[in-house]
Design a protein around this ligand. Structure first.
Ligand code: GLU
Length: 272
């Protein structure tokens, strides 16, 4: 490999410190990733092919390629919002890449990488419902969201008078919203955009984000070496075109643009 001077593109050639998570995954030959299965554009299990698609899946594939030499050496484990810390702590997965907002509370139990994506909380409502045009219209409305999410916490704080319908996965909110059993679905804008794609005739995105949600990859609390390694990769992907290609292949298909979603890289990170 005459031109393999940097970690970028060197794949299997890399050596990692003995006993490190990176070395263990390379040795095992398979990366195990906790991801969502029901969020089109981020983490979605295609019912016909079984393939996991979306931006989070693309990040996972880039990582599998770095660690094992092939993006195919990957095992995806469905990880709903409330299981993320548990799965990391119990070693069910090597890391979680699952629309996972970096928060101080969560950071007491897990270590987060630098942000690799910035979302914002928003609302999905029925097309025919003109009464909801922002979060302040949710007084005494029934709002569906997922347990273990920042969406539920922020809504509770912002509109305490809203009635919450709490489910395990956001996809369960969609039939309830379409059928009129709830008035709105709230979570991150890009998740809503993915859920909206199949319901454009009946649902609409309000489009007034009311909170910033920076996504990090979650690893075991003490594993700062793995976190630092991932930060190097994320910086490199943000600068090197991998991030943009992943965006265009997933969220970008909807016509959305990445300005507000793409994090700035920290000077001095990047691993290359
Ligand atoms: N990003 C938010 C969170 O981590 C909401 C989306 C989700 O639940 O995955 O809680």
């Amino acid at each position: 490999m005459a031109f393999c001077l940097l970690p970028a593109g060197c794949g299997q050639e890399q050596t990692f410190p003995e006993g490190s998570t990176m070395a263990r995954i390379k040795e095992r030959g398979v990366l195990t990733v906790g991801i969502k299965f029901d969020q089109p554009m981020f983490g979605y299990k295609d019912p016909s092919s079984g393939r996991i698609t979306g931006f989070d899946a693309e990040m996972a594939r880039l990582l599998a390629k770095e660690l094992t030499g092939s993006e195919r050496n990957i095992r995806f484990v469905e990880t709903v919002s409330r299981e993320r810390e548990n799965f990391i702590e119990q070693g069910v997965v090597d890391l979680v890449i699952a629309t996972y907002s970096i928060t101080d509370t969560r950071a007491r139990r897990v270590s987060f990488t630098d942000p690799y994506y910035i979302a914002g909380q928003d609302l999905l409502v029925r097309v025919g419902d003109a009464t909801i045009n922002g979060v302040s219209d949710l007084d005494r409305k029934t709002v569906c969201t997922a347990t273990g999410s920042t969406s539920i916490e922020r809504l509770r704080q912002t509109v305490p008078s809203a009635d919450l319908e709490i489910v395990d996965a956001y996809s369960n909110c969609v039939p309830a919203l379409v059928a009129g059993r709830v008035d709105a679905l709230t979570t991150d804008d890009t998740i809503l955009l993915g859920l909206l794609a199949e319901h454009r005739d009946t649902l609409r995105l309000v489009g007034k984000p009311f909170g910033r949600e920076p996504y990090g990859m979650g690893v075991p609390k003490q594993d700062t070496a793995f976190r630092d390694y991932l930060n190097g990769l994320i910086g490199r992907w943000l600068r090197g075109g991998e991030w943009d290609r992943a965006y265009m292949a997933t969220i970008g298909i909807s016509g959305a643009t990445s300005e507000s979603a793409k994090p700035a890289t920290r000077a001095g990170t990047g691993g290359a």
